[in-house]
Each structure stands twice: as C-alpha cells, then as structure tokens.
Ligand binder design. Structure first.
Ligand code: ARG
Length: 564
C-alpha cells in the first residue's frame, strides 16, 4: 500500500461520509519536504464540517495521533495553519525502497483483470504514405495499450486500415491508365501516391474521370475479379511498408481488420437503421439527422448507393462488441475527426445500444516540421522512414564522438534515435500541436528521450561496476529521500496516465525521476560512499531508479539500452 493510502486509512474513522479513496484524493504531496511528505489541506473539509481549517487540522491531528498504527508509517504528524502534515518515517522510506528495488514489475497492477479494452489506433490509409501525422496515432495508441496491459487489462489492438472507399476506384482507374507494374513493385507507396496525385490533376481538366473512378469502385464492391486483384496488390504493397515502421517503433496489433472487412456488414446496418426509423432521404442520400444534438447529420448511404466511412465504423463497433465484449473501445485519431466520432457514437446510442457510452475518442493535435504544416494530398510529405533514418544517423554521429568504442553502435543509435522521436511526440498533452525541431528532439541534455535513456544506462553502469552487494540501512540525506519519494509515485502516475488516456503523464514523470536521480548522484557518492551500509542503500536507490525508468520507458514504447 502506498503512503497516501496509509494516511487515508488513518483519517477515515475521523471523517464522516467519505471513503478512503475520496480522502486519498484530497491529500497532496507538498513541494517542500519541510511541509511534510503528505498533507491534507483542511479547507477542503471546512464546508462539510462547518469549522475553520485550523480547528479541523488540530482535531484530526489529535485523533490520528491517538491511533497507535500511525507510528508504523509516520514519525511526525503536525497541524500547521490549516494543514495536516504527515512525515514518513525513515524506516517506512527504507521499506519502500526495498519494495521497489526487489520488484522488477514495480508500478504494475491487476486492476483491469477480467476486462477487455479494444484500441483502434494507427489505422493508416492504403496507398498513401505513412507520415508523421500517423506516427502520433501509432505511438499514442501503442502507449495507451502498454499502460492498460501493465494494469492487467486484456488488450486488443486493432489497425483499422483505410483499405476501402471511393479512393480505390480512383487508384484502380489511375493504374489502368498510367501505372507501371515494375515501378510500383520497386518504389511502392511513393509510386502509388504519384499516380493518385496525377488522377486528381487530370480529373480537374477532365471531370469524366471521376465517373470512371466511381464505376471502378462500384465494380470493386460487386466483387469484380480484376479490380479485387489490383486492390489486394495495393494493400499488400502498402502493408509491407507500414510493417517496417511498426517494427522500428515496436507497435504490434492483434488485428488488422480494416474498413474492407466491413463491406459486407454495412447492409445489415442500413436495414437496422431503416427498421428503427432513423434514416431520412436527403437529395438521394440516406442520413441520420442529428440537429437535435447540435451536430450535422451522419451520412450513411451516398446517392449512388455506396457506403461510407461512418457506416463502416458503425458496423465495426458492433462487430467489436460482439467479438470482444469490450469494457471500452478507444479510438486514437487527430482532433480533426472529433465530429465524425461524436456523430457515429450518437447514432449507435440512438440505435439503443447502452454500450455506446463505452466508446471513447482520444484526439490529438497536429504536427508541423520546423514550423511547416504537413499536406497529404500533394505528396509533399516527409516520410516517417526518412525521419527515423535521420534521427538514427544523427545519434550515431553523437555516439561516435562521445563513446566511439561502444558495442552494437548501430542498434543503440536506432533505439535512441527512434526513441527520441517517440518521446518528443509524447512529451506534451496529446491535444497540443507539435512542432518538430531536430535540435530539440535529439538534445541529450534537454527534456528528451535520449536524456532518460542515458540516465537509465548510467544506472546500469553503476550497478555493473558494483557487482553483488549486501543489505542497506536507513536513508540520511535529503537527496536520497527525494529520489525514493519520487520513485514511489510511479504506481499513481501509471494509474493517472491510464485514467486520463495520457501517455505524457509518464514521459513527464520520467523526466522528474531523472532530474531527482541526477541530483542524488551529484550529492551522494555511491560506489565510494563513506561506509558499506550507506553504499548498499545507495546501490538500492540506483537499482530502484533503473527499474522505474525501464518500466516507464517500456510504457511509452522506448527501448532501454544498458549502454549508450
Ligand atoms: N484511416 C483513418 C485516417 O487515416 C483513421 C481511422 C481511425 N479509425 C476509425 N475506426 N475510424 O484518417
């Protein structure tokens, strides 16, 4: 049990009408240790108890001190200016430290046991480049998945590929006119994007091309063999490229069922909507009006009879509920799609499915590179692969300068270079827009992935030099207390990141750990400590820090090389 929970347990019998969890919520960690390790700001109770905060603090203080259990964890409990301050005893801190250093899975829990989470993330579009915008969905989604797994949830990662829709009519049409098989086989998505871009240019001049494309998509939906074969080929070529990126960043999916999987499941959706009297004919198209809910209508069936993105999403949500009986189904996309999700979530609710409340959209902000916005249609995109290649090369150059004899240099450079890009992506609240500036991403001394990985490698280095070591004792220095206290926050941070679906809670916390650790390392000699017992205690601190950093890095999808 953590110390906030201990304090809440002591307070529970003294505060009527609040359970331990609610009391724990009210407790704070004062920034300055002199104000206690944990504090209860009593003004939060003055309304219910109808007393002034200092009076409440005094009463609670007397009550808590009468409980002999209070001595197990706290050696001082004081009422100061309306605050009740708890000081964790040196013995409890030492116990805390040994708990962390002996548990490789520190921070994990089983609160999700028996529950399933479906995560729809990455979900790029076939025949379009996987650019840095998709990177966000992939790293945020993967991290949210890792965090849930760490909390004991069963997770189903779904890559809802954009592999169906009218654009495939355009692509087939374009290929038949200007495509070159060998070129596409060698240059892959780049070549496919080029003919797709060309289609749009030519269609400006000759609008009849659009009709041809529509015809091709209609044929595809009817199962025309030639069209299906071409489509399958485009999918395979694109997937091969996407998989390279996934391997590089450690993304993994339990399912690759994309939009095409639902093409024979949308008829049932349309009939169900009709039966439930929800469809309205509007200029030849079928829609579900949503003006009552302050939204434009949800388009279900186009006037040419073809289904769209939203129809397939409704079919997909139903399929997932039936297949996985999820506790939550989480969709990670740019904030640009928020309306789309709000609309089809509403339609599912109106269809009478109570589980509509378990559908969650997790939006994120846009990405620009050195200030330039990214465009998709024009082909003016910086490919993700290029970004990772550049990050790895830059890292290798730094390693060659600082640590030229390092083993497995290439592998480490890739782990650090790729990690730098991922960490940068996850270091702010996901809803914020990102500007990608190379020098910030790769700065080993800044608030970056390399800095965290480097601190972890430093821990490993110290432990390796030390070899085996014996039992430690009590902590004495402030810097020792501070780092252990920071480490003991890890389980709470994991839970917060999970609840808020916000990986940046972890990345920011890891930076705090590094800062606190490096302060400790600066103030307190470890290998050359004044005596054996102190040396052992400090080695335990190094070990515990290593565990938290490694687990935390894993949660946000970064590798943790032992040597940099
Ligand atoms: N393919 C879409 C895009 O790249 C994202 C799909 C998100 N998932 C979903 N079920 N709609 O914009």
């Amino acid at each position: 049990m953590n110390q906030k929970a201990e304090a809440a347990k002591l307070l529970k019998p003294l505060i009527e009408g609040k359970d331990e969890a609610e009391i724990a919520e009210m407790l704070e960690y004062p920034a300055d240790r002199r104000m206690g390790d944990i504090a209860l700001p009593c003004f939060k109770l003055s309304k219910v108890l109808r007393k002034a905060p200092p009076v409440i603090a005094n009463d609670l203080c007397d009550g808590v001190l009468q409980n002999p259990d209070s001595k197990d964890t706290f050696d001082r409990i004081e009422s100061v200016n309306g605050y009740l301050n708890f000081y964790v005893s040196p013995k409890a801190v030492a116990k805390n430290l040994s708990e962390i250093s002996q548990n490789e899975r520190y921070g994990s829990s089983d609160i999700g046991k028996g529950r399933t989470i479906v995560l729809d993330y990455s979900s790029p579009n076939i025949a379009k480049p996987f650019h840095i915008g998709h990177l966000r969905s992939t790293v945020i989604g993967q991290s949210i998945k890792n965090i849930h797994k760490f909390c004991g949830y069963e997770c189903v990662g779904v890559n809802h590929l954009g592999d169906w829709g009218t654009q495939f009519g355009k692509l087939i049409c374009a290929y038949k006119k200007w495509g070159n098989k060998e070129e596409i086989e060698t240059r892959g998505i780049k070549a496919l994007t080029e003919i797709y871009v060309r289609f749009h240019e030519e269609a400006e001049k000759d609008p009849s091309l659009e009709d041809e494309a529509r015809e091709m998509f209609a044929r595809l939906e009817q199962g025309d063999e030639e069209c299906l074969e071409l489509w399958k080929w485009f999918v395979d070529i694109s997937l091969a490229e996407f998989r390279k990126v996934y391997e590089l960043i450690g993304a993994d999916f339990e399912s690759y069922k994309g939009e095409s999987f639902y093409y024979d499941k949308t008829d049932a959706v349309v009939s169900e909507l009709k039966e439930k009297n929800m469809l309205v004919l509007d200029e030849g198209a079928y829609i579900v009006p949503l003006d009552e809910y302050g939204m434009p209508p949800c388009l279900i069936l186009k006037s040419d009879g073809s289904t769209i993105y939203a129809t397939r999403d409704i079919a997909a949500a139903k399929y997932r509920k039936e297949t996985y009986d999820f506790d939550k189904c989480i969709y990670v996309t740019s904030a640009g799609q928020s309306l789309h999700f709000a609309q089809f979530f509403k339609v599912i609710e109106l269809m009478g499915y109570e589980w509509a409340k378990d559908l969650v959209h997790v939006p994120f902000g846009t990405v620009s590179i050195d200030g330039a916005k990214l465009a998709t249609r024009t082909g003016n995109v910086i490919l993700l692969e290029d970004i990772f290649r550049e990050a790895t090369e830059k890292t290798l150059a730094i390693i060659n300068e600082k640590n030229p004899t390092l083993e497995d240099k290439e592998e480490v450079a890739s782990a650090v270079g790729v990690g730098a890009v991922i960490f940068h992506d996850l270091s702010n609240n996901r809803i914020k827009d990102i500007n990608f500036i190379w020098d910030e991403v790769l700065n080993f001394d800044g608030n970056t992935g390399p800095y965290v990985q480097y601190t972890y490698a430093r821990c490993c280095g110290i432990l390796e030099k030390a070899g085996s070591y014996g039992k430690g004792g009590l902590l004495t220095e402030d810097a020792e207390y501070n780092i252990v206290k920071t480490l003991s926050l890890f389980p709470e941070k994991v839970e917060q990141a999970r609840r808020e679906l916000e990986p940046s809670v972890i990345s920011r916390y890891l930076l705090d750990v590094c800062q606190e650790f490096n302060r400790f390392y600066h103030d307190c000699p470890v290998l050359k400590a004044e005596n054996e017992e102190t040396r052992n205690t400090r080695l335990d601190i190094v070990k515990a820090t290593g565990i938290v950093l490694k687990n935390g890095l894993g949660l946000i999808g970064l590798k943790a090389p032992k040597n940099i």
